[in-house]
Design a protein around this ligand. Structure first.
Ligand SMILES: Cc1cc2nc3c(=O)[nH]c(=O)nc-3n(C[C@H](O)[C@H](O)[C@H](O)COP(=O)(O)OP(=O)(O)OC[C@H]3O[C@@H](n4cnc5c(N)ncnc54)[C@H](O)[C@@H]3O)c2cc1C
Length: 604
């Protein structure tokens, strides 16, 4: 397997599967520089002051409060962290963008959604696809929070099939404007936005076109809104239908070119997806924090419940998902940052550099969106369980955290769509020769039919077994996906359950590897003793990943292989998911839980 050696050999999107990454080459949250730490602390302090104590008001659907907090976030520069300085942003790079998104989102899903919709899908289409006049006109106002943005793609009949919308844009007789007619649905920030990115079809074009549409209460220009949707969670996030009735938009407000809207919509979503993953991290930390404190305080059977194995197990698992989520999100964020910078150094414009980079890392963006949105759901669910009846009460933060978490699996592309996209994009990259999967997949095929190697890693070395296991999990993906491609070719996309299974293998390999690399890097610089619990978390996550991979691969193999082929692949799977030294998972969990309860907080 190749390794990453210098900056010019940056890991490409999807390449993690076939290229070994060294621990010293990954960025981890422990690598934040002083500027980033200051930013993190000021966002955290802002949320502790403006959001966390007002949780009840958000739950009681105080939409005005969301707008007010967003305005204050704008004044402090948090909305402009990713915007270049020439447009009144802070121009801080993608790791910092993820950092702000992470810490601003943890106390209320309503703020997370308002922030994500505004800074991501509401602003980025103009920043990345707008012309200079459009950027100059809109971006400074969006960066400072003078105006808020919304993104109108979904329609009653066009959800996951986003390019099928019926909203029309018709050129006026003088050729100077377009008239937009149609209905958009589920539009976040609709109640207080001044700028709407609207996707509409011109004539019978195959693809939709993007427009920048301004909204002014005094002059609504045919724009009306439905009532606020009654939702399971994110109660103070404004979500409305938006109706366009002969809304006149200057032709100058077309984004990019006619028919380019679907591309714009999808690329804006790539960024939105990885940011959504980051937006689940602080929520996991806060939920774990509350659970740890409660478990230490709550006494049953004359014992703090934190001392019960059943509770220790939950606390350990909650912290582990947060730790690994952080590892994977910031690892990918730095790859993206580095790639953008490399492109900028090569003379590309800011917009081109970002666009091409996000397209390149779309696989990781989908992986992270799926993994982290499901982790926050599990984490808040177990958080409720740790608090027992109190967890079910709206007087504790668990209940709303659980409800708020649910939407993350639906928007920015459902998790089903993202799972299938991740594998589909990877296969496409392989076909185009951008990532060499064919060679490694053939090597795995030969390994299956050859005599098993007796070479074993030196188990005295930290993570020797785990790193060997990661390599094997990647082989499982290559074996399953490689054979499936051979069998079905272009028709593979019709075998959705197989794709979903393959996607879970891919996701687990990326996440587990990120956890191990983070812990390994930190052991090298801070010592093994100082990282005892982090080592335990990395190993615990991997243990579950191996189980998931085993189960999903079995399912996949049985769905398309029979007889000798099936037997051979199942034997390979057994070999690729076999621990030489089975970890003591109970001991790992106890180590993690004891640290959490002794510190009385999420402390990693
Ligand atoms: C609170 C909230 C805020 C939102 N904010 C915005 C916003 O600001 N702007 C915006 O444009 N949209 C927004 N959305 C819309 C959101 O992006 C869509 O709800 C989402 O893309 C799914 O579309 P849908 O609801 O029509 O579900 P559908 O597409 O009808 O999907 C229903 C189910 O079928 C599955 N499915 C669909 N197609 C396939 C397929 N090809 N293969 C396998 N399974 C499939 C889905 O995974 C899902 O499980 C928001 C939604 C909500 C609920």
């Amino acid at each position: 397997m190749e390794t990453t050696e210098n900056k010019n050999e940056l890991l490409r999107g999807g390449q993690f599967l076939v290229k070994e990454t060294k621990a010293e080459d990954v960025f981890t949250p422990e690598d934040f520089n002083e500027e980033q730490k200051m930013m993190r602390d000021s966002v955290k302090e802002f949320v502790d002051r403006e959001v966390w104590p007002k949780k009840e008001e958000f739950e009681n659907k105080n939409y005005a409060l969301t707008e007010e907090v967003m305005g204050k976030a704008g004044e402090l520069g948090f909305l402009g962290v990713a915007i270049p300085e020439e447009y009144e942003g802070l121009g801080m790079g993608f790791v910092s963008t993820m950092l702000v998104c992470d810490y601003i989102s943890g106390a209320s899903g309503s703020i997370a959604t308002a922030f994500g919709a505004h800074t991501g899908i509401g602003t980025l289409p103009i920043l990345l696809y707008g012309n200079e006049e459009q950027r100059k006109k809109y971006i400074p106002k969006l960066a400072t929070g003078e105006w808020f943005g919304a993104y109108c793609l979904t329609e009653p009949g066009a959800g996951s099939d986003a390019n099928s919308g019926k909203t029309k844009a018709e050129l006026t007789e003088d050729g100077k404007s377009y008239k937009i007619n149609g209905q958009k649905m589920w539009i976040s920030n609709a109640g207080f936005a001044s700028v709407f990115i609207v996707f509409a079809r011109i004539q019978d074009d195959k693809n939709i076109t993007g427009f920048i549409v301004e909204y002014d209460k005094e002059n609504p220009n045919g724009i009306t809104f439905g009532e606020e949707e009654k939702k399971l969670g994110i109660h103070a996030s404004s979500t409305r239908q938006v109706f366009f009735n002969d809304t006149v938009v200057s032709a100058e407000n077309m984004l990019s070119e006619r028919g380019n809207g679907f591309k714009i919509a999808m690329n804006a979503l790539n960024v939105g997806r990885i940011k959504l993953a980051a937006a689940s991290l602080e929520a996991q930390r806060r939920v774990t924090d509350v659970a740890v404190k409660y478990a230490n305080d709550r006494v049953q059977f004359k014992t703090p419940i934190a001392k019960f194995g059943a509770i220790k197990s939950k606390l350990a698992e909650m912290a582990t998902s947060a730790y690994v989520g952080e590892a994977a999100c910031y690892r990918a964020a730095k790859n993206i940052d580095d790639r953008i910078n490399l492109r900028l150094e090569g003379g590309e414009s800011h917009a081109d550099a970002e666009l091409k980079t996000f397209e390149e890392y779309a696989i990781e963006c989908s992986i992270l969106k799926v993994a982290c949105s499901e982790d926050i759901q599990n984490c808040s669910d177990e958080g409720i369980q740790v608090l027992g009846g109190m967890g079910f009460s709206a007087d504790t933060p668990m209940e709303s955290a659980w409800r708020d978490a649910r939407i993350a699996r639906i928007y920015e592309g459902t998790n089903e769509i993202n799972r299938m996209l991740a594998v589909g994009m990877l296969i496409k990259k392989a076909m185009k020769g951008h990532v060499d999967l064919l060679g490694p997949a053939q090597a795995v095929g030969e390994e299956l039919t050859g005599i098993p190697s007796m070479d074993k890693p030196d188990f005295n070395e930290l993570f020797a077994e785990e790193k060997d296991m990661i390599k094997k999990l990647k082989k499982v993906f290559l074996m399953v996906a490689g054979s499936a491609v051979q069998k079905f070719g272009q028709d593979l996309e019709e075998h959705q359950q197989l794709l979903l299974a393959a996607s879970d293998i891919l996701i687990e390999a990326y996440m587990a590897e990120s956890g191990i690399l983070r812990a390994e890097k930190n052991v090298k610089r801070f010592g093994e003793d100082a990282q005892k619990e982090q080592i335990a978390m990395a190993k615990l996550y991997l243990y579950h990943a191996v189980d998931t991979v085993n189960q999903k691969a079995k399912e996949g193999i049985a769905s398309f292989a029979e007889g000798d082929e099936q037997r051979m692949m199942l034997m390979g799977l057994k070999r690729f998911t076999k621990y030489d030294r089975m970890p003591n998972v109970v001991a790992l969990r106890n180590t993690i839980a004891e640290k959490l309860t002794s510190e009385n907080k999420y402390c990693f």
